[in-house]
Design a binder for this molecule. Structure first.
Ligand code: TYM
Length: 342
């Protein structure tokens, strides 16, 4: 059976970008068709300045939101990365496989290290090594597919290179995974700055829709979204990034085609032809996002009232994850020449 692994890091509250680019597909498609594991990858939240209490709160909130979005522990495994030691155990072996040059080429490292230095922070070594831990997250489960948004494609490419190199050097140990991306909304942009990705931790939140934003806030943010000069609604990400982003979001809110993937999602270019003004497009997009988020928010409210239930799911998920990862990581330890502990 195909094995799927993906994760979300608790550096900020989850956004519409996370939902349309990744989580929605995990729920509606991936958990039904594969042996799938989804993780709140909390160790990745420590690569930049962070407040421990906030990381704790956001980790729990992210896990609760994944379940509220519809991940079903009867179908898939949901767990917290730091509860399964195999990720860090494997990461070191992969640090011995990756090269300094290939890590320094990672776009996210380049962007985030420049930002950290500009705000007077030092750049943590873990910011550079982070894609190696991500590779360990994936390879520890002999993962075949990694459903992610566009911004993670380069990290999955690196994971493939590391897996291939390790297998060539030490014998076949890991599956070589491939990234899968959504047909639409693979890169949701900031509503105020439609040439940058909608990220969890942008300084200004006006262009970010959080999954827990209430309907009024969602409507306000979308109605105030930056659009482009001209008046015609056209799908052209180069010359009209603001309008194209709204069209992508609207298309991403449509039917995904379910586990069979039978039906194709709406095409943003075709959707454009159904609108005669930016205002009309914004209203339709706001309505669609509000409707999409409503059931998630309702289930989140119920689950958040009883964290005990979420904790049980995470505990069982960690046991399941550990049972899969343990023999894989043990095999990697033996393959590189480390003595078995007995
Ligand atoms: P993170 O937490 O930034 O994002 C989680 C998922 O959401 C996708 N995503 C987006 N998709 C479309 N538009 C956006 N604006 C947008 N923002 C985020 C991301 O592509 C991702 O799929 N390094 C990862 C977490 C991670 C991971 C892993 C993922 C750690 N280990 C192993 C897969 C496999 C990250 O920072 O995701």
């Amino acid at each position: 059976m195909t094995r799927i692994f993906s994760g979300v890091k608790p550096t900020g509250p989850l956004t519409l970008g996370n939902y349309l680019g990744a989580v929605r597909r995990w729920v509606e498609v991936d958990q039904h068709r594969a042996d799938a594991l989804f993780s709140v990858v909390d160790l990745h939240a420590l690569t930049v300045e962070h407040d421990p209490a906030r990381v704790r709160r956001l980790s729990r909130q992210a896990a609760t939101l994944l379940l509220a979005a519809g991940l079903d522990p009867a179908l898939c495994t949901v767990f917290v990365q730091s509860h399964v030691d195999e990720h860090t155990r494997l990461s070191y072996l992969l640090e011995c496989t990756a090269t300094d040059g290939e890590l320094r080429r990672m776009i996210q490292y380049k962007e985030k290290s420049v930002r950290a230095l500009a705000s007077g922070e030092s750049v943590r070594f873990s910011l550079l090594s982070y894609p190696v831990l991500m590779a360990a997250d994936i390879l520890a489960y002999r993962t075949d597919e990694v459903p992610v948004g566009d911004d993670q494609a380069q990290h999955v490419e690196l994971t493939r290179d590391i897996a291939t190199r390790f297998n060539q050097r030490y014998g076949h140990t890991f599956s070589v995974p491939k990234a899968t991306r959504p047909a639409v909304a693979a890169r949701v942009m900031d509503l105020q700055e439609p040439t940058s990705k909608m990220g969890k931790s942008h300084e200004s939140t006006a262009g970010i829709i959080y999954l827990l934003d209430d309907a009024d806030v969602v409507r306000k943010k979308i109605m105030r979204a930056v659009t482009d000069s001209g008046r015609e609604v056209e799908y052209d990400p180069e010359t009209k990034p603001g309008v194209a982003n709204l069209l992508e979001i609207l298309a991403g809110c449509g039917d995904l085609g379910g586990a069979t993937g039978g039906e194709k999602p709406a095409d943003p270019a075709a959707l454009a032809e159904t609108f005669t003004s930016y205002g009309e497009l914004k209203r339709a997009t706001a309505d669609a996002v509000i409707e999409l988020l409503r059931p998630v928010q309702e289930r989140h409210a119920v689950l958040a009232a009883d964290f005990g239930q979420v904790d049980v799911v995470l505990k069982e998920g960690a046991v399941r994850a550990r049972n899969i990862a343990r023999p894989v990581v043990d095999a990697a330890y033996r393959a590189v020449g480390l003595l078995p502990a007995g």
